[in-house]
Structures are given as C-alpha cells and as structure tokens.
Design a protein around this ligand. Structure first.
Ligand code: ACM
Length: 546
C-alpha cells in the first residue's frame, strides 16, 4: 500500500508524463483547413493499408469514394476493396439524415478499427473524405509524376462534426484577360474542392476575349477569342493592356470542354457560375458582331476605366436582345446551375449618349437618364433569364436606383463591404467579395517584386483572414476574385491565389468565433502549404506576414 502522499506523487508524475502524449495526440488532428466546427480527440490511430475495406449504404457517397480511390491509386498504388472482413479495418459510409440535419454537413468518427462517415448529401460525404485525407500524410495529395508510393497511412483517432457557415463559398477566375487551358481550369477547381469551396465563378467574356463557343454566333470565338497585337483587325479585339512585348492570348473553350469541366466540378461538389459580362466589358463581342450590338448611327465616343474604347452593347437596338437571348439559351443548356452572372459592372460614362436608337428607346419608355436605361436593359435581361429558368447574379452596379429585378437574384458587393450592407438594407441577397479583402489580383504587399495589381490596397493573407462578412440572412456567402490582367501565366495565377485562398476557405466555412489568425497561420504555413506543395502548386511561400 502506498501512502496518500506517495500516490499523489505518482499521480502528478503520471500527469506530467502524459501531457506530451496528449499534446502530440491532440496536435495532429488540428491540421484541417478550413477548420471544422468541432473536433474531439480519440485514442490511437487507424492504419489504412491495402487490406482496409469500405462499405456504403448510399450512392450519395460515390463521388467521395471515387475521390479517395483516385488519390490512393496515385499515391499508394492500390484501390480499397468493397466489403467487410472482421480481420481488418473498415470505412463505413452511412446516409443518416436523422443525425445530420444541415446540408453539406458531415460527421467523421475515426477509431482504431473503424472509420464511420455520416452525411445527408453528396457534398457532405465529399467533405468528410477531404477532411479524412487532410488527416493523412500530405503525400496523399500528390499528382501524377510524383513517383513514390506510400503503402500505409496512419490516421489519428478523432470525431469531427462539421458544417459550413455560408452556402456560397466561391472563387472567380478571369479567363478573358488571359486564357487558361482546360487542364488549368480543372486544377483550379480541384484545389477549391479540397478546401470546401463550392462555387466556381467563371469569367468567360470581357473586352479582351470571348472564351465560350456559341454555336449560333461562331465569330464570337473565331474573332473574339483572339486578342492583342500581331493579329490584324477585325481578327483582333482590344490589344493587350500589356502592350507589344507580350504574346497574343488566344483560345476558347468548346462546348465539349465546358461539359467536361461541369462534370468534373460536379464530382467535387462544385457548381459553376458562368459570367457573360454585359453591357460593358463587351468589346470582344462587339468586334465580332458590330451590326447586332451597336447602333450604326451612334456618335458616342467613350472609354472604359480600363481605357477600352466604345465597349458597350447598345440597349436601344432590338438585335442586342435577340443576340443575348440566343446566347443565354446556349449558356443555360451548357451550365445546369440555376444562376447566370450578367456582369453589369463599370458601364462607362458617356456610353449611348449620342445613340439615336437609345434616344428613341428613352422617349418610348419614358426613361430619363442613363441609369434608367441601364435598369430597363437589366429588367429585360431578367425576363430573358426567367424564360430560360435561370436567376441572375450581377455586380453591385446593377442594383441601383429603382431596379425592378426578381427578389431571388443575387448581387456581388465588390467595391466594399459597405456596398453589400446597403443592398441588404434594400432586402437584396448579397455575396460579399470586397476588393480590400478578397480581390486576389491585388498585390500581397507593396513591393516591386510582388506580382499583381496596385489600384486598391494590398491584400495580405492576414487581411483576407480578417474579413468578417457579417450575419444577415441576406448574405449568401463570400467569394474571392482573380482578375488576370497581370496573371500572365499559371505560376503567377497560383501565386496570387495561394495561400490567400486558404484564408478565404476559413472565412467562408468556419464560425467566426472559432477563427484565430495565429492558430490559422501555424496550420496554414505547416500542413496547409505541405498539401499544396505535394501537388505542385506555385504558392507564395510565406503565410506569416508581419
Ligand atoms: C469588377 O471588379 N469590375 C467587378
């Protein structure tokens, strides 16, 4: 028998010995980005090997299982067999709408001999697998060519209960200013999915290039997808902003490309929002079809903020609406998502001023000024979208004055968070994408060495992380935008996006009170970057910024 004194000594000793064990056991479960809502540590580890089996009672888990299998095949050299075997460990996928109440939510329970995954929809199962993979060695994220196969993977025991803060967790890629290959677009989407981002906003048209095949109007891509010096008019739209030194950026996505990418995104729980930017930012379309989109008697002369001359579709010409109706018909068939983005940003001052067609329209409809003409244009476009069973998303400029647009449309606040708050006061649905926090085309910091734009404030990873979108039910979510005037190639695009997108994912997913910069910084600069490195992302190497 020990005396009381002795036993308390041993108890204290025991506590001291086990603290490091607790810490190490606790440490490696806190590696997931975005940070889950709830993580509880367990005992021991699950060892995934060639003998591990899986079971599923739902087809909703198929995409998730396929995603895990692809990565195992690539980086372990085997696929998991379906079935159960009492001698080895098993991963169970259960459809459980009683226990899992929220959409996109999941419960991941890891024990020594069993992993149990519960969800109620495809996204939930997918996110459970993504979290599971983030608990494995970062080598699981390796892409083709990385070589070495790792047979066994230890996964720490824990229980995770998780669901997103916002339904809309987006990133935009501008493929007009610079064209990006189909393969790069897929990579961009895949990396979003790994971080539980679920809306890919695809900026497909702008002054510098029309990048989407439209069967009805072949010149949109034959003429409008070629840009820059070296190509003669009319086979050139607006010369590259970057001048003579740079290569012509030509290219477009065929309708088959689009279908392939839509399916690729869907398998990763991502919806694609196509953007056809009108009536401004439309030089490429106008150069391709001037007779349809411009008033031949228009004497207006103006430049956009980006200095593009006369780049705005004419709202007084009936042919503009016929054209847009036909384009939207094809876009609706290609993109199953219920929304189409119609731009509406930065209509240059002076557009339509001296257009007789617009003057006739104003007289006929009693429109007093350019604002009212713009509202008329978007009201008509809203009806066209309704005909094609689509809702509108547009930049904040569209929600001006007394715009009579359907209540279920959504507007993107890009100039500031305040702009979003103003629209919320008008009872409008908003996606927050303020330049000061979420424009990834901006430099990380002011330095000649940093790529990116300088027209707004620098956007450090810490700045992105600091963004709190607010709590109104009108806020559908958040989104970051990568405009690509200065993203001349994939490496620069990668650099501008990562690691800022790690911060974005947490702003979009994790409860505000669970977010702490210092703790995120550690996780992101450790495991976060390791996972990006394993797949060859050309990220900006430091998350820590003073
Ligand atoms: C925008 O940045 N023009 C939406």
């Amino acid at each position: 028998m020990h005396t009381n004194k002795e036993s308390s000594f041993f108890l204290i000793l025991l506590i001291f010995i086990s603290i490091p064990l607790f810490l190490s056991a606790g440490k490696n479960i806190h590696v997931i980005i975005p940070k889950p809502q709830k993580v509880l540590s367990g005992n021991g580890t699950f060892l995934m090997t060639k003998q591990t089996r899986y079971l599923s009672d739902t087809s909703l888990a198929q995409n998730a299982i396929a995603y895990l299998q692809n990565h195992l095949k690539q980086n372990a050299g085997y696929l998991l067999k379906r079935g159960s075997d009492s001698k080895v460990n098993t991963i169970h996928f259960h459809y459980d709408p009683k226990k899992i109440k929220k959409s996109e939510a999941y419960r991941l329970h890891i024990e020594k001999n069993k992993i149990s995954i519960k969800a109620r929809d495809k996204a939930g199962f997918f996110y459970a697998v993504v979290s599971l993979m983030q608990l494995m060695d970062p080598a699981i994220w390796g892409q083709k060519g990385s070589g070495r196969k790792q047979k066994n993977w230890t996964i720490p025991s824990c229980t995770i209960e998780d669901y997103p803060r916002f339904r809309w967790r987006g990133m935009m890629l501008d493929t007009s200013r610079n064209f990006f290959s189909k393969d790069y677009v897929k990579k961009f989407i895949d990396r979003m999915a790994q971080h539980k981002l679920n809306r890919f906003h695809w900026h497909l048209t702008d002054d510098e290039g029309w990048r989407l095949e439209i069967k009805r109007y072949p010149l949109l891509t034959k003429v409008g997808a070629k840009r820059g010096p070296g190509t003669k008019l009319p086979f050139s739209t607006y010369p590259a902003l970057r001048g003579q030194k740079n290569k012509v950026q030509s290219g477009y996505y065929t309708q088959n490309d689009i279908r392939e990418i839509v399916a690729y995104a869907k398998a990763r729980a991502i919806e694609i929002l196509p953007e056809i930017d009108i009536p401004g930012h439309a030089k490429a379309a106008i150069v391709a079809y001037p007779k349809l989109l411009q008033d031949p008697k228009d004497k207006s002369s103006y430049r956009s903020v980006q200095k593009v001359a006369n780049n705005t579709i004419n709202p007084g010409m009936e042919s503009s609406y016929v054209f847009l109706d036909n384009v939207i018909a094809e876009v609706s068939r290609l993109f199953p998502f219920g929304y189409i983005h119609l731009g509406g940003d930065e209509i240059p001052k002076g557009a339509w001023k001296r257009s007789p067609a617009v003057h006739r329209l104003m007289q006929k409809k009693g429109l007093k000024n350019a604002k009212e003409v713009q509202n008329y244009f978007f009201t008509r476009l809203d009806r066209i979208l309704a005909k094609h069973k689509r809702k509108m998303i547009a930049w904040q400029e569209v929600m001006q004055g007394k715009a009579k647009l359907r209540q279920n449309n959504i507007f993107m606040a890009w100039k500031s968070k305040k702009a979003g708050v103003r629209m919320i006061k008008k009872h409008r649905n908003v996606i927050m994408t303020p330049v000061q926090y979420l424009y990834f085309d901006q430099q990380y910091s002011r330095s000649k060495k940093e790529p990116g734009h300088t027209w707004s404030t620098p956007v450090s990873t810490q700045k992105t992380y600091a963004f709190n979108p607010g709590n109104s039910s009108y806020i559908r979510g958040v989104q970051a935008c990568l405009w690509t005037e200065t993203a001349l190639n994939e490496k620069i695009a990668d650099y501008l996006v990562w690691p800022r997108a790690l911060a974005l994912s947490e702003v979009a997913w994790t409860a505000q009170k669970k977010r702490h910069w210092k703790e995120f910084q550690k996780r992101a600069s450790g495991e976060g970057l390791k996972r990006l490195k394993a797949q060859g992302v050309h990220y900006r190497p430091v998350v820590p910024i003073r």
